[in-house]
Design a protein around this ligand. Structure first.
Ligand SMILES: [Zn+2]
Length: 250
């Protein structure tokens, strides 16, 4: 193999910090099967000023990368629908709940108002999100409202909610008896997530509610859909009573 230096290579340059001469350096490239050398900048100077300049440049690159990662995280948080005031939510059970959710376990957090159900759900959801899971948070009243709609937008929302890694349904049962159609669509959603779940890609659902699972049917709908939802949730979620007798997450 013949080595040529037919490419232009400039002469040495002076270091702006100490004035020392920096010779040009070249790098090999292969052109039509022949190795040639091209100009690849000047040799770095080892003086303190030059080193400081390189350190500052590296720090700036790192800052930019961290900024981009943080922006991506915030964009995912925005897309998740987790309410602004719950984005920094913390709860002593959040970590272990998130770990079990990441393994595919769904949960049903129930108890009276003020027992931290939504705080725990959002804190765990955020940990899941930071671990790379796609998360959607929906308040059940507005969820039922959207599911009742017809058309492309409603279908695309339902598909998004059915396919995400973790779906949080907040305050289920609060809406009171919804229309049978909305309850049926909610069952379809819960059921679709169940059907799409595989061992490798589980799609757990995290529900918060003021009601026990047994009370759900009459709270959700007068028709059979409420019963079907409660039954599906019994199969796919573990009930955790909040604010009741001291219950620890295993
Ligand atoms: Zn120098």
């Amino acid at each position: 193999m013949r080595l040529t230096t037919s490419h232009f290579v400039p002469g040495p340059t002076a270091c702006p910090h100490c004035g020392a001469e920096r010779p040009p350096i070249t790098a090999p490239i292969t052109v039509r099967g022949r190795e040639e050398r091209i100009f690849a900048g000047w040799a770095p100077c080892t003086c303190e000023g030059a080193q400081a300049e390189r350190d500052a440049w590296e720090a700036e690159q790192e800052r930019a990368a961290r900024g981009a990662a943080e922006a991506a995280r915030l964009a995912k948080l925005d897309a998740s629908g987790i309410p602004e005031r719950y984005r920094c939510a913390a709860h002593p059970w959040a970590q272990s709940l998130a770990e079990r959710i990441a393994q595919g376990q769904g949960f049903y957090l129930f108890g009276p108002n003020g027992t931290g159900k939504t705080t725990l759900a959002c804190a765990a959801a955020r940990i899941c999100l930071d671990r790379g899971m796609s998360v959607r948070f929906a308040v059940s009243t507005s969820l039922l409202e959207s599911l009742r709609e017809f058309g492309k937008e409603a279908r695309s929302l339902a598909d998004d909610l059915a396919g995400c890694d973790l779906l949080v349904i907040d305050d289920l049962g609060k809406e009171g008896a919804g229309t049978p159609r909305a309850a049926e669509r909610l069952f379809d959603l819960v059921n679709e997530r169940y059907n799409r779940s595989t061992l490798l890609h589980p799609r757990p659902t995290l529900v918060t509610s003021n009601f026990r699972r047994g009370e759900l049917p009459r709270m959700i709908s007068e028709g059979g859909a409420g019963l079907a939802i409660a039954s599906r949730l019994s199969e796919t979620t573990e009930a955790v009573e909040m604010g009741g007798p001291d219950r620890r997450l295993a």
